[in-house]
Write a protein that binds this ligand. Sequence first.
Ligand SMILES: Cc1cc2nc3c(=O)[nH]c(=O)nc-3n(C[C@H](O)[C@H](O)[C@H](O)COP(=O)(O)O)c2cc1C
Length: 198
Amino acid sequence: MKKETTTAYPINTLIENRWSPRVFGTEAISEEQLRVLFEAGRWAPSSNNHQPWVIIWGIKGTEAYDRIYSCLDEFNQSWANNAQALMLGGYKKTTPDGKDNFHALHDLGLFMGNVSVQAQQLGIALHQMAGVNYKKAMTEFAMPDNYHIATATAIGYYGGDLDKLSDDLQEEETKLRSRKSQHSFTFNGDFNEQIFEK
Ligand SMILES: Cc1cc2nc3c(=O)[nH]c(=O)nc-3n(C[C@H](O)[C@H](O)[C@H](O)COP(=O)(O)O)c2cc1C
């Protein structure tokens, strides 16, 4: 399913056409396809080239997938088993010299940005999720305290059976995408919170 996106300026069609579904096609996602996505992420820029990202991944039908699924919150569990692959996105919180890496979350975001554009080119959809029990995930996957798990991502081909979703989620699935206007968050001078909040 394609969603209409009304952009204010012409942009790259991979960015324009990306959206976050909660149902996916039945075609499997292979390790090779995931490796292509991770390779795109691997070439993202990062502060000091620290590359703080950590990815834990699993393909449907495997134990790793079930273990990732078990770390999702209840709402996300209600639909994320439609995905053909699941991953957790984490990062190392400290730099090699032991200081806080304040930009690690930013860099994981850049990694995921690359992954989402690469996925779009392959017809693969992502649905990122903040709703993860990160403490459970860190214990489940043996991550030390100086790491953090920020998100999970559901992965699969676009297309899928809407009937697999509750009525509420079917409505969400078909809703038009929306965004704040550029003027509400771009300032050619002082920040203005009243404009930002609109
Ligand atoms: C970091 C992050 C966390 C998100 N968390 C969730 C989530 O827990 N559950 C969910 O259903 N969608 C989640 N989303 C999806 C967003 O709601 C979605 O990207 C947003 O509504 C814009 O829609 P679009 O991606 O289709 O353009 C998350 C997206 C991001 C980037």
